[in-house]
Design a protein. Structure first.
Length: 69
């Protein structure tokens, strides 16, 4: 889902910003801002966005008979 149209704008994955650390971004237009911020100059860069990890399969409660027909 990297290329969805309904991405919430954030400076963390804007084409005009460079991530400094987990909470700050160096923006070409605004200087150092919080990663959650955004402005009207936001341009989405899909290569800067890290998608959420997929859900892990809970295998603790499964038994061998759960997999037989």
């Amino acid at each position: 889902m990297l290329f969805r149209k309904d991405i919430e704008p954030r400076c963390a994955y804007c084409a005009q910003g460079v991530r400094i650390n987990e909470t700050q971004v160096a923006c070409v237009k605004k200087g150092i801002v919080a990663a959650e911020n955004h402005c009207f100059r936001f341009r989405y860069d899909p290569l800067k966005r890290v998608p959420p990890r997929p859900a892990q399969l809970a295998t603790e409660g499964l038994k061998e008979e759960d997999f037989s027909l």
